[in-house]
Design a protein around this ligand. Structure first.
Ligand code: NAD
Ligand code: GLY
Length: 360
């Protein structure tokens, strides 16, 4: 098992990564001093697979366990579903002595984390991420929240968990498309922050496609270390943390234009990364060989790289409203070599998008 610490003074916590960890969840919660009732928040898909193990582990460690089951899907990541959590917590008589366990992917983790941040002005919570994407990204760093009808993740809070327990065995049951979306987020860390991780993914692509646990423990561990160190330096996204949005500005536009769910988040990010690699080449920040390496590695995992055909004005409309917009421009994260990045504010979005359309 790997243990990685995210150092944020009194809000520091450990990330446990390995196989067979769910069985020890209760004991781990004891070790970090969590007391009282454990409210496990999950959905029917994940609950059917892993709730018995989680419940048993918590009960063996002496916790009174309550289960709150939410409907599965991004379309339920909203205020109405959040209200279901509050309703259950209040009617079950839970108080500040309770803590939340988020058992599921990023949707459950973001919602359960936001409920923990806001219920009675904040109770502790533990992340038990069960998708690859959640293990390498959403469970780490304390971004919690829900969608609003006018946009994704617009309501939320920075609220760190007390523990993240990433059991790699849970990835065995994950659908292939979801698994590959997680790989896209790992490629993100390699492409703009860590050349050695990029090379490792390249060398071990066969093992990773086969979900080999040794390779997975390595890349999940490296991803969490990289994300943790970015969060330690810029918890509230004053600057540096924006690098984690590499590929996401174009990706988000693709996701929105295609209609949520048609192209999954990780697939859209893969397209965004390939486009940014091409733009970085045009800017002289990446050699053509390195651009080709990035695009080839994305394709190696069967992830898409081509920008879907929508009117350029539709792309412009979405990108110009992006959350990352500052002072009339939108901040883009470009490659500076593989494993390096450069943040640049782009004012002339039309030219940038035309360059995307004309490349590859
Ligand atoms: P998800 O939570 O919707 O999970 C994907 C699907 O896999 C769901 O149907 C889920 O029930 C199922 N599933 C989960 N674990 C499983 C398992 N072990 N076996 C079988 N099926 C399983 O999607 P996701 O990709 O994990 O997360 C996406 C969400 O994460 C988005 O809402 C996004 O905004 C958010 N996110 C947040 C951050 C952050 O920093 N907080 C970062 C990235 C993404
Ligand atoms: N997923 C981006 C972030 O946590 O900042």
């Amino acid at each position: 098992m790997k243990i990685i610490t995210v150092g944020l003074d009194e809000r520091s916590y450990n990330i446990h990564i390995g196989c067979g960890l769910l069985d020890g969840l209760g004991a781990d919660c004891n070790r970090i001093g969590l007391k009282g009732t454990a409210a496990v928040i999950t959905n029917p898909v994940v609950g059917a697979l892993y709730l018995p193990l989680v419940k048993d582990s918590l009960e063996r460690a002496g916790y009174d366990v309550r289960v709150i089951e939410l409907p599965d899907g991004e379309e339920f990541k909203n205020a109405a579903t959040l209200d279901l959590i509050y309703d259950a917590m209040i009617t079950e008589g839970l108080d500040r002595g309770a803590f939340i366990v988020a058992l599921g992917g990023g949707v459950i983790g973001d919602m359960a984390g936001f409920a923990a941040a806001t219920f009675l002005r904040g109770i502790p919570f533990v992340q038990v991420p069960t998708t690859l994407l959640a293990q390498v990204d959403s469970s780490v760093g304390g971004k919690t929240g829900i969608n609003h009808r006018l946009g994704k993740n617009l309501i939320g809070a920075f609220y760190q968990p007390k523990l993240v327990l990433a059991d790699l065995d849970t990835l065995d049951t994950l659908a292939e498309r979801e698994y590959l979306c997680g790989i896209a987020e790992i490629l993100k860390y390699g492409a703009c922050l860590d050349r050695s991780l990029f090379d490792y993914i390249s060398e071990k692509s066969g093992d990773l496609k086969a979900r080999d646990k040794v390779a997975l423990e390595h890349i999940v561990g490296e991803s969490c270390t990289i994300k943790g160190s970015v969060v330690e330096r810029d918890e509230h996204e004053g600057g540096l943390r924006a690098v984690l949005n590499y590929g996401h500005t174009i990706g988000h536009a693709v996701e929105t234009l295609a209609g949520y769910g048609k192209i999954k988040h990780g697939e859209a990010v893969a397209i965004g990364m390939a486009q940014i690699a091409g733009l970085s080449f045009l800017k002289g920040l990446l050699t053509s060989d390195d651009r080709n390496l990035i695009v080839k590695l994305i394709r190696e995992f069967g992830l898409p790289t081509e920008l879907p055909v929508f009117p350029i004005d539709a792309y412009l409309e979405i990108i110009s409203h992006d959350k990352k917009k500052r002072d009339g421009g939108v901040n883009f994260i470009f490659n500076h070599g593989i494993g390096g990045f450069k943040i640049e504010k782009i004012i002339d979005l039309r030219t940038l998008l035309s360059d995307c359309v004309n490349q590859l």
